[in-house]
Design a protein around this ligand. Structure first.
Ligand code: GLU
Length: 319
């Protein structure tokens, strides 16, 4: 029996919530998937995750959240945090960030170095690693604690004060972080990084190490569906900025498979190598799926399949 639950009532209840029946069906279909991909191997502590784990949550504007499977299981958020970092920088600093990072899909792997050289140290977009390093660098300058501010935003919006860094994951990534170090040093050589590179990398690895569940992330991303409004009704972003972040998620949020994700799912989304994906139905709801097996581009195999089924079964997409 699938366990679909509402936030306000922790009891397992199949079919709960507006999309409860759809989620139950997706969970059953996903259980039958043979091909699951493989967990991220380049961060050793993520490599042991079980690709058959699966969770999915939907959060609605009134703060109701419900889900199926492992929807309350914390997992490593990794690049999903890049969305929250960008939102914070836009809210604090407006358009200035676009001096140091572009807004175009890269068509290259998330940790690629090649484009940076012939584009003079300015990364293509905020969701590849190089661009995310520029955003975290700016957030660090603006706040003195980039990772802490991202954690605070996630805690506040999800209502879960237990969301936290995972020092062992950050250390594991730092110990194998030569590629990110190369990206940061290379951009620093062009004057596109303000903080000392070791400090920036420490902030970035802490940010990526935050663990949160599908329920937490679906709630925390709610401002993207609510045109920039947070859970308490205050504005994190203007309506226009919320549109902009959603647009960049749609075009750049799922590595060099953003075109295929838009084709299959038709929603703004952001994936992470921990196997999570958040997706936004503007004005309606936010979704988060988690399953640690990744395809060769770095997106969760079961996660993309589940979101594909969600938009197909409900007819909800931005198109
Ligand atoms: N911490 C990971 C890295 O920098 C994040 C990658 C991802 O989730 O896309 O390699």
């Amino acid at each position: 029996m699938p366990d679909t639950c509402v936030h306000t009532d922790a009891a397992s209840t199949a079919g709960t919530g507006r999309f409860g029946a759809v989620l139950d069906r997706i969970e059953n279909e996903t259980a039958a998937l043979d091909e699951r991909g493989s967990p991220a191997g380049y961060i050793p502590l993520l490599a042991g995750a079980d690709p058959r784990r699966f969770g999915m949550a939907v959060a609605e504007p009134d703060g109701t959240v419900y889900g199926v499977g492992d929807w309350q299981q914390p997992f490593s958020t990794q690049s999903i945090t890049k969305v929250f970092a960008l939102a914070l920088v836009l809210s604090l600093d407006g358009e200035r960030i676009w001096q140091g990072v572009g807004r175009e899909p890269s068509g290259n792997p998330f940790n690629s170095l090649v484009q940076l050289e012939y584009e003079n140290g300015v990364p293509r977009n905020p969701f590849i690693n190089a661009g995310a390093l520029v955003v975290t660098d700016r957030l660090q300058t603006l706040t003195g604690d980039a990772a802490g501010r991202i954690r605070e935003l996630l805690r506040t919006e999800s209502g879960n004060p237990a969301i936290d860094f995972t020092p062992a994951i950050a250390a594991s990534e730092a110990a194998h972080g030569d590629r990110n170090a190369a990206l940061a040093h290379f951009m620093a050589s062009y004057g596109n990084i303000a903080n000392p590179v070791p400090d920036l990398l420490a902030a970035y690895f802490r940010q990526c190490s935050i663990e949160a569940s599908c329920a937490d992330l679906a709630l925390a991303a709610g401002f993207l569906a609510q045109h920039g409004l947070q859970a308490d009704g205050s504005a994190l972003l203007t309506r226009s900025q919320a549109k902009q972040v959603n647009a960049i998620m749609l075009t750049c949020g799922t590595y060099d498979a953003a075109g295929d994700f838009a084709y299959r799912v038709g929603l703004p989304g952001k994936s992470g190598v921990g196997g999570g994906i958040i997706a936004v139905v503007p004005g309606m709801c936010t979704l988060c799926v988690w399953s640690p097996g990744l395809d060769r581009r770095g997106n969760s195999v079961a996660g993309v399949a589940a979101l594909d089924r969600f938009t197909t079964l409900t007819g909800l997409s931005v198109f």
